[in-house]
Design a protein around this ligand. Structure first.
Ligand SMILES: Nc1ncnc2c1ncn2[C@@H]1O[C@H](COP(=O)(O)OP(=O)(O)OP(=O)(O)O)[C@@H](O)[C@H]1O
Length: 234
């Protein structure tokens, strides 16, 4: 579904993404792992077109994306939930969800889609009329994911969804990812919570200093504590 080849990106004079290659097959959950500053977020931002690549190809569902603007990538079915969630203050949960369909050209479907999404996210279903920033951090993360799912993306890029969230909600969130996969969504996950991420992933890539240094099946990486300690220990 997503093929990235020879991807390079810079912040000013810092070469942060260096010749990165990876793929995510249709229906997979794939995790990008690595220490702080390894280049994971920058890789996601470059795939979304929020940061310009200096070289490389991004092919999504058979279409070359690398020359397209970010909004065109969204319209191809690629969704992104950044680390900071971007919940809109002053709007309710329902209104934040409505924003997820605003740019899609399918606004007439909004109410039906909210009903459908609410079935997948029971915590939000009970709180649709609540002011969105009064939700707990974990619930706001669920809302950010639900809002991205409103446009029925083929694939979703999730940046550190479990950060700062209490264990019970993290557990619920990872079960949700498995359900999203079962419902047909392909997932690219960036996660510090290596064990949890690997336990639901099909495959993973390890980044270090802007390079992919290791790739493998999630179950193999889960058993390989040496690799985990070398590249992912905090
Ligand atoms: N806006 C920016 N301007 C300049 N440098 C940046 C910017 N954003 C990130 N960097 C640098 O790029 C490098 C990669 O950062 P990135 O956020 O991609 O890492 P990461 O693997 O996602 O780390 P973390 O797990 O801490 O989120 C780091 O050295 C970081 O300091």
């Amino acid at each position: 579904m997503l093929q990235v080849r020879g991807l390079n990106a810079w912040y000013d004079h810092s070469h942060v993404v260096q010749d990165i290659a990876f793929e995510v097959r249709r229906g997979e959950i794939v995790t990008l792992m690595g220490r702080n500053g390894a280049g994971k977020t920058t890789t996601l931002r470059t795939v979304m077109g929020l940061l310009a690549r200096s070289a490389g190809e991004i092919v999504f569902d058979g279409q070359p994306l690398h020359r397209q603007r970010a909004h065109a990538r969204y319209h191809q079915g690629l969704a992104y939930v950044p680390e900071d969630r971007r919940i809109v203050a002053g709007l309710t949960v329902r209104e934040n969800l409505q924003l997820g369909l605003l740019a899609s050209g399918r606004r007439a479907e909004t109410n039906a889609m909210i009903d459908e999404i609410a079935e997948t996210f029971p915590r939000l279903k009970e709180r649709l009329a609540q002011e969105a920033t009064s939700l707990s951090g974990g619930e706001q993360q669920m809302l950010a994911i639900a809002r991205a799912m409103m446009a029925r993306p083929k694939m979703i890029l999730l940046d550190e969804p479990s950060e700062g969230i209490m264990p019970l909600l993290v557990h619920e969130m990872f079960r949700l990812f498995v359900r999203m996969k079962q419902q047909g969504t392909t997932i690219l996950l960036v996660e510090q919570n290596v064990e949890r991420a690997l336990s639901i992933s099909d495959r993973a890539y390890i980044l270090d200093q802007g390079h992919v240094v290791h790739e493998g099946r999630a179950e193999d990486l889960l058993a390989d504590t040496e690799i985990q300690n070398r590249y992912c220990a905090v």
